[in-house]
Design a protein around this ligand. Structure first.
Ligand SMILES: Cc1ncc(COP(=O)(O)O)c(C=O)c1O
Length: 382
């Protein structure tokens, strides 16, 4: 059987990884500023993470949600404390799309309504409702098309208010990334998020904070939505949560009441996933990685702004978009092939996405800045 060919591949096979580095079969070392799409949060093969998963594997790896799994409560307690929402409720699942799917479904159950506001350039995943709330018609199959999702311009308060004024009573949720990732790293303005909170309160809708990519400390705060100083009703999380182990979740405000059978999953919250997620939180806390994400991000953003050929730098902490004056494809290829640096792309052809591990150091940042400066000075003078 051959593989279903849906991914354009980087022609490199990493066979070993440690911290912010990857090695291929030939022993060539690569600096990983992409983190397998923002997934690597505490660094590849962190010893505490390896130990915790290995220990768990030798005890019990899996049982379904039909039994008590006390690791789930341990994870919920730790997560609640670290994100500042101890009073929220945790539902565990397996991927970002599944988290968003459940969040939107829950909003509809809770409010009894069915219209959802999403934003232009949003990416929320590839399952039925998540993909319908994703602003990319090329990945929406006919069966996923629905009139229940309404796309509004991002950060446009006037458009949001007008939409609520006309349709407020039909809306069950507003879903928004704190920092749009796939869309090219666009930060939601704090005032815009505050306005979402107010309108949702006024019209009885739920505010869903998609923190799948921008959450889990990457922005320097636990959820990047926290920069607005208002709480969401539901936070969705995935990527950085397991540092590569598939685990995701939704944190649900206390006013939303559960009912048996309302949500469910076979694999979500299994023993190994919980062990991985607990290890990640322990490392983030012990090694002060949110502070490191903020200081490394500030260093990077400050220096990038001085490089000629860089048009705009967007983002917070270690979720950074570098918009070049020219398309970034060639530049990324040179960074990879000549300087051995993995970077990310986005739907905007000029924007490079930088999503390193939260414990990346200043020497890695400097190596990248130097490389980018060299590549851009050759390319823009050619
Ligand atoms: C903001 C956001 N939401 C949801 C998803 C979907 O996550 P997954 O691929 O784990 O389903 C992604 C993936 O890139 C994402 O960036």
């Amino acid at each position: 059987m051959k593989l279903f060919d849906v991914y354009p591949l980087i022609p490199i096979e990493p066979v070993r990884a440690e911290g912010s580095y990857l090695w291929d079969k030939q022993g060539t070392r690569y600096l990983d500023l992409y983190g397998g799409h923002a997934v690597i949060s505490i660094g590849h093969t962190h010893p505490h993470y390896v130990q915790k998963i290995s220990d768990q594997l030798s005890k019990i790896a899996f049982y379904s949600n039909s039994v008590i799994i006390s690791l789930q409560q341990e994870l919920a307690d730790k997560l609640g404390r670290m994100c500042g929402h101890s009073d929220y409720q945790l539902f565990l699942c397996n991927s970002g799309a599944e988290a968003n799917e459940n969040a939107m479904k829950l909003a509809s159950f809770h409010t009894g309504k069915k219209n959802i506001v999403a934003f232009k350039k949003a990416f929320h995943g590839r399952t039925s409702l998540a993909v319908a709330a994703t602003d990319n018609p090329s990945i929406v199959a006919p069966v996923n098309e629905t009139s229940n999702i309404h796309f509004l311009p991002f950060n446009d308060e006037e458009a949001l208010e007008q939409y609520f004024l006309k349709n407020g009573n039909t809306i069950c949720a507003v879903i928004i990334e704190g920092i749009q990732g796939v869309g090219g790293v666009h930060v939601a303005r704090p005032d815009f998020l505050k306005n979402i909170r107010n309108l949702c309160d006024h019209y009885g809708a739920l505010y869903i904070a998609d923190s799948v990519q921008c959450g889990y400390g990457r922005s320097g705060k636990f959820y990047s939505h926290d920069y607005a100083n208002v709480s969401a009703d539901i936070y969705t999380m995935a990527k950085g949560m397991g540092n590569g182990f598939p685990v995701a979740g939704i944190a649900i405000a206390p006013h939303i009441k559960p009912k048996h059978g309302m949500l469910g999953t076979t694999f979500g919250g299994n023993h190994l996933a919980c062990a991985a997620a607990i290890a990640v939180l322990e490392v983030i806390e012990k090694e002060n990685l949110m502070a490191n994400a903020l200081s490394m991000g500030n260093l990077l953003i400050g220096q990038l702004q001085k490089i000629s050929g860089v048009k705009e730098v967007r983002g917070r902490g270690l979720m950074v978009g570098i918009e070049l004056e020219i398309p970034c494809n060639d530049i990324r290829n040179i960074l990879l092939n000549e300087f051995k640096i993995f970077t990310g792309s986005s739907s905007d052809k000029n924007t490079i996405r930088i999503l390193p591990a939260l414990n990346v150091g200043s020497s890695e940042m400097e190596y990248f800045l130097n490389a980018l400066q060299q590549v851009l000075s050759i390319k823009t003078s050619a």
